[in-house]
Ligand binder design. Structure first.
Ligand SMILES: C[S@@+](CC[C@H](N)C(=O)[O-])C[C@H]1O[C@@H](n2cnc3c(N)ncnc32)[C@H](O)[C@@H]1O
Length: 317
């Protein structure tokens, strides 16, 4: 089966290039707050205040909601961040995921829980020790952040994509895959960051999510494409993909990654399209954000209102 892959060099806070309800799965790992510099002025996270950072991510989640087909999933890979003692005067954890869950629920997603991905990450608050805090004495030892989360959200409603029996069969998981994937804990290593990008996730992560939550031939989108891992796995698993990346310097890495795969059932008819987003000025993005703020209040009400839940129940959603 031939597949299509569209790489959009631009800002995923405004995904005007993607039609409403045209995507069947979103998988992403957003930039962290103030940790990594991806070398682009309008990147999210590196030069932002915490409030701006969360606000900009929220614009992306709103766009994800718009472009997702009802009944489909948004999967967000995010870890807890720690505040460095050197900068903040004390060590503490910043649970970014709680902001994401709160906001996504407020715009109409249902939170479906999280997978805990057990891995080792670096956790040097002030310069390199692997045992931290008051070791070997009590009170102030610190928990190693050797895990990340994969938050799962579902857009309410029923999908518009009528999947044929043949496609269902092609997309079927084995017993072993089902048992391994649909557990609360995943154990596999992180990716070595030596491939032209500084924050890649391992292929196993999108591989599992694509198989769990999409059918062959459907459209998978990553609003923070980075080196192109999500698109590569979409192609390998006979799904189409769309990826947004703000820094055009990652394009050679993305092209290499999507094109390089030897093991898959690729056909030479697979299409790779590169699009440069027309510059969106900040005013458009800021206005958009205000409208969303207003909508959020209405949606919040809608989500919490008992009548709304009754309606959902009656509609059997
Ligand atoms: C954590 S990395 C994603 C890595 C990716 N999962 C991979 O395996 O290569 C986040 C990416 O988001 C990009 N980015 C930051 N702000 C963005 C924005 N507003 N729109 C699109 N991409 C953005 C960064 O340049 C970076 O490549």
């Amino acid at each position: 089966m031939s597949t299509k892959h569209k790489i959009i060099i631009g800002d995923s806070r405004c995904m005007a290039e993607v039609k409403d309800e045209s995507v069947h799965l979103v998988i992403t790992s957003p930039p962290y707050w103030q940790i990594k510099d991806y070398g682009e002025k309008s990147q999210i996270g590196f030069n932002d205040s915490y409030e701006d950072y969360i606000g900009k991510l929220n614009q992306v989640w709103s766009e994800c909601y718009r472009i997702l087909d009802p009944g489909c999933r948004l999967c967000v890979n995010i870890g807890d961040q720690f505040a460095r003692a050197i900068t903040y005067g004390r060590y503490k954890i910043i649970p970014i995921r709680t902001e994401i869950i709160k906001f996504c629920e407020s715009i109409g997603f249902d939170y479906m829980g999280a997978v805990i991905w057990q891995k080792m990450t670096t956790m040097n608050t002030s310069g390199g020790a692997s045992v931290m805090g008051s070791y070997p004495y009590p009170r102030n030892g610190l928990i190693a952040i050797d895990y990340e989360f994969i938050l799962l959200f579902k857009k309410l409603g029923k999908t518009t994509n009528n999947v044929s029996r043949a496609i269902k069969e092609k997309s079927k998981l084995t017993n072993e895959e089902w048992r391994k994937y649909f557990t609360g804990h995943w154990n596999f290593a992180g990716e070595k960051q030596n491939g032209g990008h500084i924050a890649m996730f391992p292929e196993e992560l999108p591989r599992r999510l694509i198989k769990m939550f999409s059918f062959v031939g459907e459209n998978v989108l990553d609003p923070f494409l980075g080196s192109g891992t999500t698109s590569k796995m979409a192609r390998e698993l006979s799904r189409n993909s769309i990826g947004y990346e703000i820094n055009k310097d990652f394009l050679p890495v993305i092209k290499e990654k999507i094109g390089r795969n030897k093991k898959s059932s690729l056909t030479k008819d697979d299409v790779l399209e590169i699009v440069y987003q027309r510059s969106k000025n900040e005013t458009v993005l800021n206005n958009k954000s205000k409208t969303k703020e207003n909508n959020r209040a209405i949606l919040n009400n809608r989500i919490n209102h008992p009548e709304y839940w009754k309606q959902l129940k009656n509609a059997n959603l």
